[in-house]
Design a protein around this ligand. Structure first.
Ligand SMILES: [Zn+2]
Length: 493
């Protein structure tokens, strides 16, 4: 924005500072109604210094808004008096504002501050874009397309609005306002809230042991290592004012790594009365949540503070709590790699099952085959949660394919292959029945399409687009039918 800034300063023009407005700093000029004398004074003038008349009127105009706003960095701190606040806070650090008021506001603050205090009012200006409507138009009274923030807050909460505005806004670029985005932010706040409730409920049922690091399991070390890196990455982003990038990192961490993966991984331990690592799981849940809340706090101040104060007693308020910092103790690179392998295997299993329409309730034996000892030991360590996440009735980890049926379906991941016996995923008789029904339905559709496309009345009169649509349908149904027939043939073997 330097160009805009200097261009304005180098082409400086006279500035009319009076405005005919009711609201503002009133111009301190007094006119004698008898002799016409003009007096400018800090104090109210009641008597004309020239003719002693008391028939005096102050100028009815006010100073331009920007004339007053220019005083903001120091007049709010008590200037022209010498105050503690002025001593402590001035000069300030970072000014955050829209790029459309660089010369109206930013430049005027700079020169007023230099004039009145001899110092710059701040060292850095962070420009954000303007919020436009969903069609990209500037919000204005005449278009009636303005959005009232209070209405948004009533509907979705202040945290959701704040998160939406920060994440959708690359420095200096305009953003469009979509209600759907605020709704998504609200959903995220709910996700954080629900995960926290779940953790607190479990903390009530069992003791949170102050887990020594060597009592932690693979999954615990993995998530600690993840939140550790998150703190480092986000701090670097924030130092560079990459607010949106940092926000999306904490969003992904909480939603995916913490809620979708880690909480699911520890559930079997939480629900077991005999698992000796339950306390370590609770400690990790609480510790990682506390850190994640702190990282999220600048974006969602209300919900994070509410949870923080209910969750822990060590610190009084999240607003004044210590910002998470990267620590060597929580750096577990090999555990991160191990859990990535497990996640890959789980994704492989889920894809296989989704491709075959297997109901989530249907469990199946899972074989993990790897020639590498270290890969097998990763799966052994992760057995508890791998079984749950992979919908496994049983997990066998082995070095070769012995005991695995020939028709087992498989997913290949790095250094290992996962096998699931076909018959355990699919009830063959039922599947044949379902596919035969599907075959009939598709044959009927194909007959209907052919009937239309072979009808000279239809082909001669229907719009071209309609004919193309029917041709497209025919092609889709024909392909589907071929697949169904192929599946049936396989199953009947
Ligand atoms: Zn006078």
């Amino acid at each position: 924005m330097n160009k805009t800034y200097y261009n304005w300063l180098e082409n400086i023009r006279d500035w009319c500072v009076s405005r005919q407005l009711w609201w503002g700093h009133r111009i301190p000029a007094y006119y004698c109604q008898d002799c016409g004398e003009v007096t400018v004074s800090k104090e109210s003038v009641c008597t004309c210094p020239k003719c002693q008349s008391s028939n005096i009127q102050q100028d009815p105009d006010t100073l331009d808004t920007w004339f007053s706003s220019a005083l903001w960095p120091f007049s709010t701190l008590g200037w022209p008096k010498t105050t503690e606040e002025m001593d402590y806070f001035f000069p300030t650090d970072v000014l955050v504002t829209g790029y459309d008021i660089i010369f109206f506001w930013v430049i005027r603050m700079v020169f007023s501050s230099l004039e009145q205090t001899g110092r710059l009012p701040f060292h850095t200006v962070l420009f954000h874009g303007l919020v436009r409507d969903d069609q990209g138009r500037k919000m204005s009274k005449s278009l009636g397309n303005g959005i009232d923030p209070l209405e948004v807050i009533d509907k979705y909460g202040a945290d959701a609005l704040r998160f939406t505005l920060i994440t959708g806004n690359a420095p200096g670029n305009d953003m469009r306002f979509y209600w759907e985005r605020v709704e998504a932010s609200r959903n995220f706040a709910n996700k954080v809230w629900n995960a926290s409730r779940f953790i607190m409920m479990n903390m009530e049922k069992a003791d949170v042991t102050d887990a020594a690091l060597d009592h932690l399991t693979l999954a615990d070390r993995w998530i600690l290592s993840k939140v550790n890196h998150l703190a480092k990455d986000m701090t670097e982003n924030l130092d560079k004012f990459e607010l949106g990038i940092a926000a999306s990192k904490v969003y992904d961490f909480i939603w995916e790594e913490f809620c979708d993966w880690y909480i699911e991984m520890v559930k079997p331990r939480l629900y077991s009365d005999t698992d000796e690592t339950k306390g370590a799981a609770l400690w990790t849940l609480k510790t990682v949540l506390v850190n994640a809340l702190k990282l999220l706090h600048p974006y969602m101040p209300f919900v994070t503070e509410e949870i923080f104060c209910n969750l822990q007693e060590e610190e009084e308020s999240i607003m004044i709590s210590a910002w998470p910092e990267w620590k060597q103790d929580w750096d577990f690179a090999s555990d991160e790699a191990a859990v990535d392998t497990i996640k890959e295997a789980v994704r492989g299993i889920r894809n296989l099952r989704a491709g075959m329409n297997v109901a989530p309730g249907r469990k199946a034996t899972v074989f993990v085959v790897s020639e590498k000892d270290e890969v097998r030991s990763v799966f052994e360590d992760a057995r508890v949660f791998f079984a749950t996440l992979g919908y496994a009735s049983e997990v066998y980890v082995q070095a070769d394919k012995s005991g695995i049926a020939d028709d087992a379906v498989s997913a290949v991941i790095k250094d290992a292959t996962v096998y699931i016996p076909f018959a355990e995923l699919v009830d063959i008789d039922k599947e044949i029945e379902r596919l035969e029904k599907e075959q009939k339905r598709l044959e009927g559709e194909i007959k209907r399409c052919n009937g239309m496309l072979n009808n000279p009345n239809f082909v001669g009169k229907a719009p071209a687009a309609k004919i193309e649509e029917e041709k497209g349908k025919l092609e889709t149904y024909t392909n589907m039918l071929a697949q169904v027939k192929e599946r049936l043939e396989q199953l009947k073997k």
